[in-house]
Write a protein of this length. Structure first.
Length: 232
């Protein structure tokens, strides 16, 4: 009889133990699920902080550059040579040291900015590659924004390159666009080409948007012609 009572007591303990397995298991799941977003939020916050710091550094550089002792050199000869034989109608406005070229085709239009900045008296405390990369990105962003209704998501190809040797460097970035609304397709091209040599920074930055793919091709060839005429 005593043994029967002991077995009954053990059975009660075992059943009670089995009944208590589920709640701790659920609690553990809740803990794991709660911890994941916490880690993700921390990582996200750190990433945002890094982006903010880079943006502040970039904005500071751009402000310092344009506020430094720089002057613009004439680029009329470069523009005249590169525009020879161009099939686009064009108007050129030379003001504030920048040659602004407005282009018009049969099915689209665009623009090219050409400038040369003398940095010999600027005393900027940045290395050549940093100046090229950040100024190049600055002009590329401004130029790409000229294509109304086009975002980076519409780029079907993109390229960015910076190279420097001793006292000269070169930056090139471009993107091709193809965007359709179901009824018509737009073809675009934007490029920034910059060369820093002998303390002179020459920048050619242009964008073109058309419903004719061949006009986009003609524009990219025109940008290549400008690059060929920039002293490096």
């Amino acid at each position: 009889m005593k043994n029967i009572l002991i077995l009954a007591a053990l059975s009660a303990v075992i059943l009670t133990g089995c009944g208590n397995i589920s709640p701790p298991f659920k609690a553990e799941q809740t803990t794991v699920t709660t911890a994941a977003p916490t880690v993700s939020a921390a990582a996200s916050s750190e990433a945002e902080s890094t982006v903010d710091e880079e943006q502040v550094k970039y904005d500071t550089f751009i402000a310092e550059f344009f506020d430094s002792n720089i002057c613009f050199a004439d680029t009329s000869a470069l523009v005249t040579e590169a525009m020879k034989g161009s099939s686009f109608e064009n108007e050129i406005d030379n003001s504030n040291g920048v040659n602004k070229i407005t282009l018009k085709g049969s099915n689209g239009g665009g623009m090219i900015d050409v400038l040369c900045v003398d940095l010999s008296q600027s005393n900027l405390d940045y290395d050549m590659k940093y100046i090229l990369e950040n100024l190049g990105d600055h002009y590329f962003s401004q130029t790409a924004a000229q294509m109304n209704g086009i975002t980076e998501d519409d780029f079907v190809s993109s390229y960015r390159m910076t190279s420097s040797v001793v006292s000269k460097g070169k930056y090139q970035r471009y993107g091709s666009v193809q965007k359709s609304d179901g009824m018509a397709t737009q073809f675009g091209y934007t490029e920034t080409y910059a060369v820093l040599s002998e303390n002179k920074l020459t920048v050619v930055s242009g964008a073109f948007l058309s419903s004719d793919m061949m006009e986009r091709q003609s524009f990219s060839q025109l940008m290549a012609k400008f690059a060929e005429n920039v002293k490096y």
